[in-house]
Write a protein that binds this ligand. Sequence first.
Ligand SMILES: *Cc1c(COP(=O)(O)O)cnc(C)c1O
Length: 390
Amino acid sequence: MTRILPQDHEHGFATRSVHAGQVVEPLAGAVMTPIYQTSTYVQEGLGKHRGYEYARTQNPTREALERNVASLEGATHGFAFGSGLAALDAVLKLFKSGDHIICGENVYGGSHRLMERIYGNLGLRVTFVDMRDVSNIERAATAATRMIYCETPTNPMMNLTDLAAVGDLAQAHGYLYVVDNTFATPYFQRPLEHGADIVLHSTTKYLNGHSDMVGGLLVTSRDDVAERLGFIQNAAGAVPGPMDCWLALRGIKTLPLRMRQHDASGRRIAEWLTRQQLVTKVYYPGLPSHPQHEIACRQMSGFGGMISLDLGDPGRARRLVEGTRIFVLAESLGGVESLIGHPASMTHASVPPAMRQAMGLTDSLVRLSCGVEDTDDLIADLDQAMRASE
Ligand SMILES: *Cc1c(COP(=O)(O)O)cnc(C)c1O
């Protein structure tokens, strides 16, 4: 369990991206946090050590990453995990059989699978609701409700949840309020400021930003929650290795620069897509035509590089995702390179077809993760692939 350093709150976001949570390395004064590739630490005598005993429990590289992300989200505690789903798994371990969770219906497919198919069997009850309308949460609540779990913007429908409205509701009823902030990142949205108790990240995505590791992170400013998460992190042991922590830490140093470029391209490409005849729908919270654009402007300071589009025809969608040359056909998102995907058969294949249809996740939906390449090149690439898909 890692507390952030006292001075970390004093600086701007970009300064903290580069420096927060990092301490001068004592042996040589290395400017970059070393990869502490060790499983254990010398003890000078029985019970005499420097606060480090065994690397599942403490690792200095991991602690630097935990403090860094905690600082960026405005939290006081951070906990790193081996993946985003391992982070969610730790959250779910806060509960017991019979407890009830209200979850956004359009969360990441793997989050849905973990709640339903693993924790459902262990007695946790989960109701999935459309969180665009906060009253759906109130209607789903029971005496056993313990947590509200939401993702905004959602993947891949780009639906928004009014973070502050849910925060008020969670506080009024004493529900734990957890937000997956993977899409927006703390650069554009900080859920703790809207009442969230825990923020979850797949660091695999924008935080690392270079598609070269898998990791997850939880942050909180609640000491009671932090104590339990720290216990679970150590007791269940789904911790990341130091090399992956170091990669994430290095990636985060350029988070503001990357997010500004993802956002600039995202806005231009979304606008361009609205003018393409073959595109029947564009889902991007930065478009004034997005039904929740007003909420987006209120709780986000930018909209990023994730865009979904519907081509109204599954064959055309297939030809588009197979026809781009710069956009690479792949799962995942948030890297410097642009990716294109087909959610129904890829990231969301584990979501039941009826539920997919109900939320508008059709077989002709295509998802873009706009990277940091030249925007003109990205548009030209989509243009040629779209023409060829006709
Ligand atoms: C990828 C992702 C996850 C899961 O993270 P992993 O690191 O793949 O385990 C959770 N939430 C969102 C929004 C994601 O995109």
